[in-house]
Design a protein around this ligand. Structure first.
Ligand SMILES: [Zn+2]
Length: 162
C-alpha cells in the first residue's frame, strides 16, 4: 500500500529570533516566532508524515500547552514522529517541500537542508527535495513578516494490501 500526505505550517517572523529551517540556523534579519524553536519546515514535514499514516497531527502529539515543548528542538520532534510512522510499517518513498519566504534564499542552503532531513529520516538525500519561493512583495510573506511551508510525502507499507 502507498499513501500520500500533505503538511503545511506558517510562522510569523520577528526580530531577535533565529531563523531555523530543518535544524539549521540560517542568516536572516528575522526568525520564527514560536513556542518551540519555530522550525516551520520540520513542522510541515511532521504533519505530512502523520497525515499519510493517519496517526494524528503535530498539534495533538506535541500540544503547545505542554511545558516539554517550550523551545523544543523540532528535528527531535520529527525524529520521534518518524519512529511512530516506522513502527506501523511505513517507509518514506519521497518528500517534496516548498519554503515560501522573502529571505534567506533557500537555494543557498538546499543541500544542507536535504542532508539534514535525510539524516533524521534515515534515508538518502536523493529522496528529499526542497524549493524556495518568494512572496513577490504580496501579503505578510512578501513583506518578510511570515514564512510558510508546504510538504508532501509518499509512504509505502509492504505489509498492507492496497
Ligand atoms: Zn510550526
Amino acid at each position: 500500500m502507498i499513501r500520500v500526505g500533505i503538511g503545511y505550517d506558517l510562522h510569523r517572523l520577528v526580530r531577535g529570533r533565529p531563523f531555523i529551517l530543518a535544524g539549521i540556523r540560517l542568516q536572516a534579519k528575522r526568525g520564527e516566532l514560536a513556542y518551540s524553536d519555530g522550525d516551520v519546515l520540520a513542522h510541515a514535514v511532521c504533519d505530512a508524515l502523520l497525515g499519510a499514516s493517519a496517526l494524528g497531527d503535530i498539534g495533538s502529539l506535541f500540544p503547545p500547552s505542554d511545558e516539554r515543548w517550550k523551545d523544543a528542538d523540532s528535528m527531535r520532534m520529527l525524529a520521534s514522529v518518524y519512529d511512530l510512522v516506522r513502527e506501523r510499517g511505513w517507509n518514506l518513498v519521497n518528500l517534496d517541500c516548498i519554503v515560501n519566504c522573502e529571505e534567506p534564499r533557500i537555494l543557498d542552503y538546499r543541500d544542507e537542508i536535504r542532508a539534514n532531513l535525510a539524516r533524521v529520516l534515515r534515508t538518502e538525500a536523493d529522496r528529499i527535495f526542497v524549493k524556495g519561493k518568494t512572496g513577490e512583495g504580496v501579503g505578510k510573506v512578501g513583506k518578510g513578516r511570515a514564512v510558510q511551508v508546504w510538504a508532501t510525502c509518499l509512504l509505502d507499507n509492504p505489509e498492507k494490501e492496497a
